[in-house]
Design a protein around this ligand. Sequence first.
Ligand code: ADP
Ligand code: MG
Length: 246
Amino acid sequence: MSLQLNDVVLTYRDGDHRLTAVDHADLTVPAGTATALVGPSGSGKSSLLAVAAALVTPDSGEVVVDGVVVTGLSRAAKTTLRREKIGIVFQQPNLLGALTAVEQLEVMAHLDGRSPRTARRRARELLDAVGLAGQGARRPHQLSGGQRQRVAIARALMNDPAVLLVDEPTSALDHERGAAIIDLVLGFTRRQGVATVLVTHDTAHLDGVDRIAEIRDGRLALTARARSPLTGRPPAGRSAGARPAR
Ligand code: ADP
Ligand code: MG
């Protein structure tokens, strides 16, 4: 259960030229660990995640998920692998407006061919685990932004992924709610042995991660320990005042 990117290059067409969004990136994320991916807007964070998620095929290099070289698979095999092995949480939760929280999760299990009863049990367990016990019957408009993002995280975990890819999940949340979402992601990462990549622009969210990768113009630089590449210091612990009591 790990994620590996080997010498990945991704370019986009840009008029007569090509724009290099990911430039010879190497990254290994062991199971049960989280790597934060930080970098300025437009530096290639989402592009790297899209490659890791097998949503986009790189120009060259390979992506290995759980020992399987994804980049060599057919489109159908990629779709299956994505459903079975990869959980994705986007910046916006992208919930289906007509479905209740529990149904958002059940859809995933249905795609995976699990029995409705097993799916419902798992969906309820996960909603409990993300702090939404008793909210399963609510539809997206009846949930707050933080709650919607929790549903999206629970949905991403529904099929027990080997790899969890999370793209700026806290950008629409205040600091306290954002920190709670990050804690949730890191807790699942450790408990379920998932290999997690977490894109964040908020350096206050970096204290729980195992590694920090900084990307600039598509080039990745990895710091071995959780040490902020932005400040050169270990990420600051949350000060007493940083998280007001609920
Ligand atoms: P980030 O997530 O760090 O903000 P992105 O991966 O979205 O960065 O973008 C990296 C670069 O690639 C940017 O210059 C962006 O404009 C460009 N880019 C992203 N997606 C596309 C696309 N589908 N087509 C063309 N250029 C793109
Ligand atoms: Mg992005």
